[in-house]
Ligand binder design. Structure first.
Ligand SMILES: [Zn+2]
Length: 330
């Protein structure tokens, strides 16, 4: 389970804070103005996804670094072409002659995504943030994070520079009910993990449990996976979140956005202007509120939230929200 929250009001520099419940961990999507996040919240950040490095989306990096310096931990960063140079530029702005003596170490792991390659470099605080090449691969795999509990995908969009949009998808949650186990006279053990894996991999319902588990003692060999699942397993589908910002409304972008955000429970999507300013939106490679609402509808999002409004709408945010909603519910 996650809880997602825009850090600021919709006219400020964007940042989306996603707290992973039941874990001491949070993800950040863009790092504009993050001064409202407490050190406690920033210490939880394990992954930072940067759409592009225009200043309004990346200026908060220094603030994050300042809070994390001198503490153990690491942050994995993902960003667009040129990202490694951008991060190194930030690091090069300061003097690091004393960090070798720090008790604690802090590490940045930076992955630069290009449409035809991926490169990862690591920077350790106690090594004065000297770069260390970790990985370089030809080709681009949109699945940039893949863990037991969730996955993150990225797609390239056009903002006159390549701009990344992201989708976070929780994997389904498989719970075994203790009561049901007791009723069936079964003791928990390693075999349950194997059964969960079989459910995750969609084994046929008629597969006998004995065929799945290597633990020959615990599971009832005559019971099938389907019978066991019906009696003792509760599957909660994972939720999906998508984050889209700084894109021009083009056919190509629209198709990619809809594909990425398809079926998301919550979609965060920029709406820099209102429809009456759509030429300005096109000139500056941004969406209008109507376009954002339309894209959210096309993607079948359960809920959507617009952000990154031009400061000219300060005090008139409701009008912008309304325009987006009208397009969504059309
Ligand atoms: Zn922007």
């Amino acid at each position: 389970m996650f809880m997602a929250e825009l850090v600021n009001n919709p006219t400020s520099d964007p940042a989306l804070y996603v707290k992973l419940k039941h874990r001491q961990e949070a993800f950040l999507f863009d790092i504009g103005d993050i001064r409202r996040l407490s050190p406690r919240q920033l210490i939880r950040v394990s992954h930072l996804f940067v759409s592009h490095t225009h200043m309004d989306h990346f200026i908060g990096f220094d603030f994050l670094l300042r809070v994390r310096l001198g503490r153990d931990g690491h942050v994995s960063l993902f960003g667009p072409p040129g990202f490694i140079k951008n991060v190194e530029g930030k690091l090069a702005a300061y003097t690091w002659n004393l960090v070798g003596n720090y008790q604690n170490d802090f590490t940045l792991r930076v992955t630069e995504l290009n449409e035809d390659s991926t490169r990862t470099r690591q920077y350790q605080c106690r090594q004065a943030f000297e770069p260390e090449d970790i990985d370089a691969a030809r080709g681009f795999d949109p699945l940039i994070v893949d863990r037991d509990d969730l996955a993150v995908r990225a797609v390239f969009l056009d903002h006159r520079v390549p701009c990344l949009a992201f989708a976070l998808k929780e994997k389904q949650h498989i719970n075994i009910t203790k009561n049901a186990l007791e009723e069936m006279g079964l003791a928990p053990g390693r075999w349950l993990r194997e059964v969960k894996e079989a459910i995750r991999k969609d084994f046929p319902a008629e597969t006998p449990l004995g065929e799945i588990t290597t633990d020959k003692v615990r599971p009832p060999k005559t019971m099938t996976l389907g019978e066991f699942r019906d009696r003792a397993v509760l599957v909660t589908p994972g939720r999906k979140l998508a984050y889209v910002t700084d894109v021009i409304y083009s056919e190509d972008n629209a198709r990619k956005i809809v594909e990425l955000a398809k079926g998301s429970d919550v979609l965060f999507i920029e709406a820099a202007f209102m429809e009456e300013d759509r030429e300005k939106a096109a000139d500056t490679c941004h969406l209008t509120a109507r376009q954002a609402g339309t894209l959210a509808r096309m993607a079948g999002a359960g809920y959507f939230r617009i952000f990154h409004m031009s400061p000219k709408y300060k005090g008139m945010e409701d009008l912008v929200y309304r325009e987006a909603e009208e397009a969504f519910y059309k």
